[in-house]
Design a protein around this ligand. Structure first.
Ligand code: SF4
Length: 227
């Protein structure tokens, strides 16, 4: 073979793993299993090349949607921001980071936040998945922009489905409480419950989890035994 393109791609998207500091959390961190996030602070690990490629595909789709929204051929919508800083202080910690998966647009005189998610096959997307709404609720809460859209894009054919997400103050506060829980578990060095293995509806998260072996060793109980 003249060139190993898989390796070229792996090299291109490889990112250094930097240890994360307790007390500064990323907005995307509480939509997933809390134990997994806790492990990522305690035992930083490199993202597997296969998973890094899936993330990169998400970035490519996001950039494409930004181009669509910027296009002069779509004058009814105008792009306000496609990447913006976010920082909120809560008790003795902060949630901060660049928001690069959310788009702010103006449509019919109203400001909307759009979160873009790429999916393998859009025909299986029937409704907005609860774990996809977490970040959108958080941003709606802290930015005061209470119009939210969750946009799913099929990676194979660029077909889309869009769902309007209603701002829900109680849900947003629950999300903030999850950050408080994460902070408490990290500060006190107490491992959280293995949420992914404990709840059938989010069990799929374990399939994408780089800490699966460690988690099963730390808590060798059968699935759903926690329910
Ligand atoms: S294996 Fe599942 S339960 Fe355990 S940390 Fe990973 S996602 Fe959470």
């Amino acid at each position: 073979m003249v060139l190993d393109f898989d390796t070229l791609i792996d090299n291109h998207i490889k990112r250094e793993t930097r240890p994360k500091g307790i007390g500064k959390y990323y907005p995307s961190e509480v939509g997933t299993c809390l134990r997994k996030t806790w492990y990522s602070y305690k035992y930083p690990s490199e993202i597997e090349p296969e998973l890094a490629k899936i993330f990169e595909m998400g970035n490519i789709i996001h950039d494409f949607i930004v181009q669509v929204l910027k296009s002069e051929k779509n004058p009814e919508i105008s792009l306000l921001e496609s990447e913006f800083p976010f920082k909120v202080d809560i008790d003795d910690f902060m949630i901060s980071g660049r928001v690069d998966n959310m788009i702010k647009v103006k449509l019919s005189g109203e400001v909307y936040l759009i979160e873009v998610k790429s999916v393998k096959d859009i025909k299986y997307t029937k409704e907005a998945a609860p774990h996809n709404i977490v970040q959108l609720q958080l941003y709606m809460h802290f930015t005061g922009v209470h119009n939210g859209l969750l946009l799913y894009v099929d990676k194979g054919n660029l077909k889309t489905k869009v769902f309007e997400i209603e701002y829900n103050k109680e849900k947003a506060e629950e999300i903030v409480n999850r950050f408080k829980m994460l902070h408490k578990h990290l500060k006190e060095d107490i491992m959280p419950e293995p949420e992914g293995r404990a709840h059938k509806e989010i069990e799929w998260m374990c399939k994408l989890c780089e800490y699966r072996d460690k988690c099963e060793k730390d808590t060798p109980k059968a699935k759903h035994e926690f329910n």
